[in-house]
Design a protein around this ligand. Structure first.
Ligand code: MG
Length: 156
């Protein structure tokens, strides 16, 4: 089963930028109810999608005070708890789109963090970073987006 996830957040000064559970050095960060980790939110939706379990907002509503400034690794762990008895993760492929900073120095740490959260080897996780070629709101540095697909196989 294939699942797809997408997430987007505004960027603002004075906020922290956490991507794939890894703090990233940046002069702007995500303004969000939770920690605004677009990579993990896209991952959550891809896993839920493949498992046929709805979306992240149904499981972790963004108006619920218990998720204010929530560490999004918690969402991934809870979703893994829902699916791990029925599914094995074949692979996870993520594209994050932001104008800056460059993520090359962080990709390995993000890959390893996601592998650990999902209980799989890092070879099953791929992280790609792209800019928006200075076009639109992402190009102006006003926002950040992430896309994720994941394949799950049902455990017989
Ligand atoms: Mg989000």
């Amino acid at each position: 089963m294939i699942g797809f996830g997408y997430d987007i957040h505004k960027l603002a000064k004075g906020e922290s930028l956490i991507l794939g559970g890894v703090p990233v050095e940046s002069d702007v960060g995500t303004a969000a109810h939770s920690d605004g980790d677009v990579i993990l939110h896209a991952l959550c939706d891809a896993l839920l999608g493949a498992a046929g379990l709805g979306d992240i907002g149904e499981h972790f509503p963004d108006n619920d005070p218990q998720y204010k400034n929530a560490d999004s690794t918690r969402f991934v762990k809870e979703i893994m708890g829902m699916i791990e008895n029925s599914f094995a993760i074949v692979n996870i492929d993520i594209t994050v789109v932001l104008e800056k900073p460059k993520l090359s120095a962080y990709k390995k740490a993000i890959r390893e963090m996601i592998a650990e959260l999902c209980g799989i080897s890092a070879e099953r996780v791929n992280i790609k970073a792209a800019t928006n070629e200075k076009m639109g709101f992402i190009g102006r540095g006003e926002g950040i987006a992430a896309f994720c697909i994941s394949e799950l196989s049902r455990i017989e």
